[in-house]
Design a protein around this ligand. Structure first.
Ligand SMILES: [Zn+2]
Length: 294
């Protein structure tokens, strides 16, 4: 799992340039979670989050898997064909597609999740139970290039009525119609299924695109980037130029790809980092031929 884009952190580079640092300072991983940026780091990130997901799944409680979608903004430019791959969608019309709304919805994505978690708190207070713990991962919808979200909720004091009230509340927070929830057995849930979404973004192009579908998707992306640019001009007055460039390039995606409630798991990404550092320090004492197996 080697990094494809290691870099020397600015602080170390400055130290080196000012003559304090040493040439032997080694570069660090790029830590990108995106597979098309760095295969090694994205695999590592997905693996770490898989362990955090699993840790929470093994705690006592009832687990629900929920999918929270974006509302419809119009007919998508491509669709997943039942013969495999993606095909051009007949009837897609850029003039009728609500690009401004999609960009605005993406802008409010984090707020929407925050509002959803506030509903958990309100629900728990009303029912006098502990609030559900959660972990969420945003998944890009590859046909529409908009984010939607999967979350695991763990109810530590479940009761059929109260759980249903809480799940019903998700719909009302402002997610789209395709929102769904199903109960899962924590020990059977495939954590890799969820963590693999981390390696993709709304910019990721699906595999198996026909020529027509690739063309339609490129046009769709151009419209989204124009709408993101307009959104910045009209509504955003304090964003650094580099962040603006990224915002447009990512077609309005600016939310965190993954987050969790503090109580979801005992294991954190920081713990895993720490273990890896300790392992590397130890591994340096192992003969080189063995280290090279990594
Ligand atoms: Zn990397």
């Amino acid at each position: 799992m080697r990094c494809s884009n290691p870099y020397l952190p600015l602080s170390r580079r400055r130290l080196f340039e000012s003559g304090v640092g040493q040439l032997s300072e080694s570069p660090v991983r790029c830590r990108s979670r995106l597979g098309d940026r760095c295969a090694g780091c994205s695999e590592l990130a997905a693996g770490d989050w898989r362990e955090v997901i699993r840790d929470g799944l093994l705690k006592p409680g009832e687990i629900w898997f929920v999918t929270l979608t974006a509302p419809s903004f119009g007919k998508a430019p491509i669709y997943k064909s039942k013969f495999g791959g993606f095909a051009e969608q007949s009837g897609w019309n850029a003039e009728e597609y609500a690009y401004e709304y999609q960009i605005q919805w993406q802008w409010d994505f984090s707020k929407l999740w925050h509002r959803t978690t506030q509903r958990f708190r309100d629900f728990a207070a009303a029912e006098k139970i502990t609030r559900p713990e959660w972990i969420r991962i945003a998944e890009p919808h590859l046909s529409r290039s908009v984010a939607h979200q999967h979350a695991l909720l763990r109810f530590e004091q479940p009761s059929p009525e109260s759980t249903q009230v809480c799940l019903d509340g998700l719909w009302k927070a402002g997610w789209g119609e395709m929102t769904s929830a199903k109960k899962v057995e924590g020990s059977n849930f495939n954590a890799s299924y969820l963590s693999k979404y981390l390696t993709k973004s709304t910019m990721t192009k699906p595999e198996g695109l026909s020529a027509g579908a690739a063309d339609a998707l490129n046009q769709h992306h151009r419209h989204l980037r124009s709408a993101a640019r307009r959104h910045l001009v009209l509504h955003v007055h304090s964003m650094k130029p580099r962040t603006q460039r990224l915002y447009i390039e990512r077609m309005g995606q600016r939310h965190l790809a993954v987050s969790k409630s503090a109580g979801w798991s005992s294991l954190t990404i920081g713990d895993l980092d720490e273990r890896r550092r300790a392992w590397s320090a130890d591994a340096s004492k192992i003969p080189v031929s063995v280290v090279a197996l990594d």
